[in-house]
Design a protein. Structure first.
Length: 559
């Protein structure tokens, strides 16, 4: 082998070995790639740095960095970036990544690249091992948009990392505009989803934790498997439900009727006793849905993070785990609890997941308007009208309260068979349900109402639903689990200066335990930031979160 080729092979091997320590999937993929030589050449800048340059189809040379002083150029750009999580579109000579990793307040640097064969040649020409071996460095190579989006959703934690910023290496992205544009769009989609989830955590994270550890002591009660069902009717609380109750009464005999908590009082007022009702809201206001009572024969399905007050109203309660990290951890470590898909962010989505988990092959959907038909927000008999009635007076009539409630968020007027208002969040809920319908084992049948039409896209490969809502065998008593969980929180190492480095230092079990605390940490960070008018320090947030969670557990254990 010629000496130059031997050098290039050795350099590629060095870089791949460094990647194997922090980015094993990319390392494994590159190990099987044959470099496509003659795509890159190295030129020297005036400051003496080796700069990679890409050759285009006409043989023209395009330097990927300044040929004057690429390090100075990179530092100047990175100095404009605030603390947080940095996504670089294109690696180039690694100068951007190197400048970013020199800053303790940049938690993680994620580089996105394409064209594995050309990238392998690039790695054969320059030594990147100092970057690739850094635990804060991440690399994605030739991934799809969905893979990029999911990767960021998996690793980006705003409560730890702060904001997220995307910086393209312009000379590199100009040579492959389409894949890098796709990557940028995928990052933006991930940011949008993370921001929505983080906003919810910032408001309810502490309450999720407090409710969960209190409910946990009661998860060993009423562990009977719920009998499987064939056909179900899920009732949301949209205005169309009022006019659909007659049809429900006619078909109720062969339907397992599942009410969302919001629709419960409307159904009872209409003379229907649901077989089950489901609630996923952690707020105490959800108790208002049950003020008219819960029929003795109705099963009550509760997210483990629901208010403990709700669990006390029925002996036929059934806890499940939803999307909260702590409830999932409990289910995995202690066993016992079924899991429902609550990722749609609303109780109607969760109710459909329950119907499917109970084994239903067909699910009829009532009252799911996902909009405000004719400017009406909820079906008659729901809790909101009782609130308005109790508050009304001569200066604040019921109609004025209903109008203020309707116009509290921006609305878009649309028409189907009738006109309706749609909000951004209701549209998102509907779209998530439509996406879910493509992957369901049960057939989803929306009953036409007055609101936004639901475009069900049933998957072609739908098979018979064999799911059951059943409890596993608990691997330990609830109190023993809580004590061991308390010890695991107390034993988490103290955070260092950089969240990315801190996460890299944790064992697998410690990382999982920390994840269970992040929703509470989001709420604490939000409170500290609002109080001080500036972003709260990462170390202070973690320590205050640890103290809060330990105190809540001690109350439950009576310590």
């Amino acid at each position: 082998m010629p000496e130059n080729n031997l050098f290039e092979r050795n350099m590629l091997d060095i870089n791949i070995r460094a990647l194997s320590q922090t980015n094993p999937p990319v390392s494994s993929r590159l190990a099987g790639v044959l470099p496509r030589y003659a795509q890159y050449r190295i030129i020297e800048s005036r400051s003496g740095e080796r700069v990679p340059a890409r050759l285009d189809a006409n043989g023209a040379v395009h330097a990927l960095h300044s040929t004057m002083d690429p390090r100075k150029e990179a530092k100047r750009l990175i100095d404009t970036v605030e603390e947080g999580f940095l996504v670089l579109l294109g690696l180039g000579g690694g100068f951007y990544a190197e400048a970013a990793l020199e800053r303790d307040d940049i938690s993680t640097v994620l580089v996105i690249e394409f064209d594995p064969e050309a990238f392998a040649e690039q790695l054969s020409l320059l030594d990147y091992s100092h970057l690739f071996g850094n635990p804060r460095f991440r690399l994605l190579l030739d991934n799809s948009g969905l893979e990029i989006e999911q990767y960021i959703l998996n690793i980006y934690q705003p409560v730890l990392f702060g904001g997220i910023r995307v910086i393209p290496l312009r000379p590199r992205t100009a040579l492959a505009p389409e894949p890098f544009a796709m990557a940028g769009n995928a990052v933006e989609a991930a940011i949008s989803r993370v921001s929505a989830d983080y906003s919810v955590q910032a408001h309810f994270g502490k309450r999720w934790f407090s409710n969960t550890v209190r409910n946990l002591l009661h998860t060993g009660e009423n562990l009977d498997t719920v009998p499987a069902i064939q056909r179900a009717a899920v009732c949301a609380a949209g205005p169309s439900l009022s006019s659909q109750i007659k049809r429900l009464k006619e078909n109720h005999e062969d339907l397992f009727l599942i009410a969302t908590d919001t629709s419960l009082s409307c159904l009872i007022h209409g003379g229907l006793i649901p077989d089950a009702v489901i609630s996923i809201d952690c707020q105490h206001i959800s108790y208002r849905h049950f003020m008219n009572g819960l029929p003795e024969e109705t099963h009550l399905f509760l997210d483990l993070a629901s208010p403990p007050l709700l669990a006390a109203i029925s002996e036929r309660r059934h806890f499940f785990t939803g999307g909260h990290p702590l409830t999932r951890y409990i289910s995995q470590v202690r066993g016992l609890l079924p899991e429902l898909d609550t990722s749609g962010g609303n109780v109607t989505y969760a109710a459909i997941s329950l119907a499917e988990r109970l084994g239903a092959g067909e699910i009829e959907l009532y009252g799911a308007d996902f909009s405000y038909p004719n400017g009406v927000t909820y079906a008659r008999g729901t809790y909101i009208y009782r609130i308005f009635e109790n508050r009304q007076n001569r200066l604040l009539p019921l109609e004025a309260q209903a109008s203020a409630f309707l116009y509290r968020t921006p609305l878009e007027k649309k028409e189907n068979h009738a006109w309706y208002y749609e909000t951004g969040i209701l549209k998102l809920y509907r779209e998530r349900l439509e996406e879910k319908s493509k992957h369901m084992e049960a057939a989803l049948i929306p009953i036409e109402g007055m609101g936004a039409p639901i475009n069900v896209r049933q998957g072609e490969n739908r098979r018979q639903n064999t799911k059951t809502f059943s409890y596993g065998k608990p691997m330990m008593k609830a109190e023993d689990f809580i004590r061991s969980y308390r010890d695991a929180i107390a034993c988490l190492p103290k955070p260092g200066k950089n969240p990315g480095g801190y996460l890299a230092s944790l064992s697998g079990e410690q990382s999982i335990v920390l994840t269970t605390l992040l929703p509470a940490a989001a709420a604490i960070k939000h409170r500290l930031t609002m109080r001080r008018g500036r972003a709260a320090d990462f170390r202070e947030v973690i320590e205050e979160t640890r103290a809060f969670c330990l105190a809540e557990i001690d109350i439950v254990l009576g310590l």
